[in-house]
Design a binder for this molecule. Structure first.
Ligand SMILES: [Zn+2]
Length: 51
């Protein structure tokens, strides 16, 4: 699981794992932790104004 201190939306990609889509960090190739996923979700809401 990714342990990078700082991640941004641009560094996150998604891959399919069975029926699920998993977010992962392109720089290290590791899956994001649930905490990082929530951070990215918040960033996405801020950038796209989807709050
Ligand atoms: Zn990482």
């Amino acid at each position: 699981m990714c342990k990078c201190a700082k991640i941004s939306i641009e560094d996150v990609s998604y891959r399919s794992v069975g029926m699920n889509q998993t977010a992962y960090h392109k720089e290290c190739g590791e899956d994001l932790s649930p905490i990082q996923v929530s951070i990215i979700d918040k960033q996405r809401i801020n950038e796209w104004g989807l709050a």
